[in-house]
Write a protein of this length. Structure first.
Length: 346
């Protein structure tokens, strides 16, 4: 039996283990009690923030492991199993997480996107907005995007695209003086090859961010990706809880049409380069770029028709009224035409 002396110790160890496990769980944004990303610390670099987080995780891990082994000793002694069992725990059986550079940088990026779209605020712990009345006073250190539409492009066509907005956020958190150092550290952590840290970050947003987001939220994303297709002609993220019936119309008029004009301009520039000296290295490069921009333009024009159909439908969304959202199947109209948009409403 558990004597009172052991009972007090067992209860104390169990309470401490529960607290340790809760702290670990609450460090990730899928927790209901998530307050702020663990790399948000009063330091100048992401690398230093990660180093402190790594030490904190290791301390928590070893403390939980030690507590569990002490509980094992108590119960092994109570039941007289010293000759059959050992109290030691293997690391794989300890349930709190150690720091992981790739995972934790990706989750920091996710938190940054949340701040950009207004889900989180640098001035408010926990959720700053998840529906209801919008309160702009919650955002002082960093203001979220005004129209809830963040384009993701394969080149820096917009000042307010995802890479531009994210670097602004990174500067607001860690300071402008360490921006390049932080971008380099994060690019290396992502394992993305690019001409520069910004390009590496751009590749991540273009190809992997939404995949990671869907994994985090188990295929129930809170940020929706509007995607024109494999040519990466047009992509944009919006925040589910800030969606309204005019969102798709704004996206089409403010961003998609602008993107089409940019491609048309780039195609014309390529034509001029080729015409000036068809055999030059610059002309060879221009021919490849012309093919790329033409394919992207055609993809955008096809997407324009599909998005225009939905924009004119003024689709509303009431999450409190049991509206179901389908992120994988296409929106289908009465004539049976399908419009493949990841954020389609069923």
């Amino acid at each position: 039996m558990i004597v009172p002396q052991n009972l007090d110790k067992v209860n104390s160890l169990v309470r401490e283990n529960i607290s340790i496990s809760k702290d670990d769980w609450d460090a990730f944004e899928t927790s209901w009690d998530f307050q702020r990303h663990p790399l948000m610390r009063p330091v100048g670099t992401v690398e230093e923030a990660f180093s402190r987080w790594k030490e904190e995780c290791e301390t928590r891990f070893q403390k939980l492991k030690g507590n569990e082994e002490e509980l094992n000793r108590i119960f092994i002694h109570i039941y007289g199993l010293e000759d059959e069992l050992t109290p030691e725990e293997e690391d794989k059986d300890v349930t709190v997480r150690k720091a992981d550079l790739g995972r934790d940088i990706r989750s920091l990026i996710s938190y940054g996107v949340g701040c950009i779209l207004g889900r989180y605020s640098l001035d408010t712990p926990g959720l700053a907005y998840a529906g209801g009345e919008w309160d702009s006073t919650k955002y002082k250190t960093f203001c979220p995007d005004e129209d809830n539409i963040i384009p993701i492009t394969d080149e820096a066509y917009f000042d307010d695209d995802m890479v531009g907005r994210f670097t602004d956020w990174l500067s607001a958190v860690y300071g402008k003086d360490t921006l390049q150092e932080n971008l380099k550290f994060m690019a290396e952590a992502l394992g993305k090859k690019g001409d520069s840290p910004r390009e590496a970050l751009r590749k991540y947003f273009l190809t992997d961010f939404f995949k990671d987001h869907c994994k985090t939220y188990q295929k129930r994303p809170i940020y929706w990706l509007f995607d024109s297709g494999k040519k990466n002609g047009f992509k944009a993220l919006i925040y589910l809880h800030r969606y309204d019936k005019d969102t798709m119309s704004r996206m089409r008029n403010r961003y998609l049409h602008r993107m089409e004009k940019i491609y048309q301009q780039r195609i014309e520039e390529c034509r001029n380069t080729i015409a000036a000296d068809p055999s030059s290295p610059a002309a060879v490069k221009a021919k490849k770029e012309q093919e790329k921009f033409t394919a992207q333009l055609l993809e955008c024009q096809a997407y324009d028709e599909k998005l225009g159909h939905l924009a004119l439908s003024y689709i509303t969304l009431d999450l409190d009224d049991g509206v179901k959202v389908n992120y994988e199947k296409a929106q289908t109209d009465r004539e049976g035409k399908k419009y493949p948009i990841l954020a389609a409403i069923k």
